[in-house]
Write a protein that binds this ligand. Structure first.
Ligand SMILES: C[S@@+](CC[C@H](N)C(=O)[O-])C[C@H]1O[C@@H](n2cnc3c(N)ncnc32)[C@H](O)[C@@H]1O
Length: 356
């Protein structure tokens, strides 16, 4: 099996490179309005934003920043197929503007924007992003009432484009082979993810890309990898309009889906060339870790008096599974990558147990 992965340099407010109804899943994380690291970028997109910030008018700046993101959400509505899912990772912002501290609720504003565009909101996920500093608490030490809660979570907002879910022919291989294990389902479809950081090891960075990665606010690999596994099948195309360091593309490569990306800053694309070399060994370890964990799960159930029954045999692996739907599950690893115009072609082979 082969997949293609294309990345374009450009402004996602006017996505000329992506056709109507050409992607089945969007996984992305925009620059967060009212987080200082993105002030300059938003001001370049609309100079009035800088004026509002200088005027100390936080509410006006917040609205104007979201107006820029709204233009990207318009494009997503156009490029996403009916029934396709959009996964938007976003955090709220806390900030003192003109001497007054408050929260700017980005998640609520993005939710409203998608609903206005005809997307159906689905139950969302909250993931915990730990801040270890003892000085993290805001406000007046240990005296009531003027201290503030520290934000340590982000949202993954989930939307379906249009009213109806996607349909598949009965028993479609591309869907059944893309099944996930029952115990993965139980963790992944939980509404609070506390186990995201370090869940699966991330790809090694070069010094330059590491620095840019820091500045890009990249999300952990596990986030797009889970979302792609949850909301797409083999043969689908995943799109990220705020591509950054390309974590979504890496996850799509490892998950055996096609991908498209769009990014304003060209330097990120050069960094990605270094990262992509390691994809074959990385994707192998991601797939093998999943299989290994499944085996550990089965063993635990067999040793527990009230363990879950693993009553079915997997077709491609020598392991029992809990549900009939998991039987055809087939993990794939990347065995080769070549450069093509605007991107890469990845060759995938089924993961064969026991081979190194
Ligand atoms: C939060 S970062 C995304 C990080 C990414 N998820 C990762 O793991 O590396 C947001 C990215 O969106 C890009 N960006 C912001 N506005 C854009 C626009 N209008 N069109 C395309 N890219 C944009 C920024 O340059 C930045 O790289």
């Amino acid at each position: 099996m082969e997949t293609t992965h294309r990345v374009f340099v450009g402004d996602s407010r006017t996505l000329e490179t992506i056709d109507d109804d050409s992607v089945e899943l969007v996984v992305t994380s925009p620059p967060y309005p009212m987080i200082e690291m993105w002030d300059d970028l938003f001001t370049e997109l609309d100079p009035d934003i800088g004026v509002a910030l200088d005027d100390g008018d936080g509410r006006r700046a917040f609205d104007a920043m979201h107006a820029q993101l709204d233009r990207v959400w318009d494009e997503l509505e156009r490029v996403l197929v009916d029934g396709g899912i959009a996964c938007i990772n976003v955090g709220d912002a806390t900030r003192s503007v003109d001497g007054s501290f408050r929260v700017f609720p980005n998640h609520a504003r993005v939710l409203e924007a998608f609903e206005t565009r005809g997307f159906d909101p689905l139950p969302d996920v909250l993931w915990r992003k730990p801040t270890n500093s003892a000085a993290k608490f805001m406000g007046s030490g240990t005296l009531p009432p003027n201290a503030y809660v520290t934000l340590e979570h982000e949202f993954i907002l989930l939307f379906r484009n249009g009213g109806d879910s996607r349909e598949f022919e009965p028993g479609a291989d591309r869907r059944y082979e893309a099944a996930y294990f029952w115990e993965e389902r139980n963790r992944w479809f939980s509404d609070v993810w506390t186990d995201v950081q370090g869940e699966l090891q991330d790809l090694p960075e070069t010094d330059a890309s590491d620095d840019r990665r820091e500045r890009s606010a990249a999300y952990p690999f596990e986030i797009p990898y889970r979302l792609i596994s949850m909301y797409s099948t083999y043969g689908d195309t995943v799109f990220d309009p705020f591509w950054g360091t390309g974590t979504t593309t890496l996850a799509a490569m490892c998950a055996g889906r096609h991908s498209l990306g769009n990014e304003l800053e060209p330097a990120f694309l050069d960094d990605f060339e270094d990262r992509v070399e390691n994809v074959p060994s990385f994707s192998r370890s991601v797939a093998r870790t999943r299989l290994e964990r499944h085996r550990e799960f089965v063993e635990r159930q067999q040793h527990q008096a009230d363990g879950t029954a693993c009553s079915y045999d997997a077709v491609h692996y020598e392991t029992p599974v809990v549900t009939k739907m998991e039987r055809e599950l087939l993990l794939r690893e990347v065995t080769g990558i070549e450069t093509i115009e605007n991107g890469y072609r990845a060759v995938h082979e089924p993961v064969v147990p026991g081979e190194n």
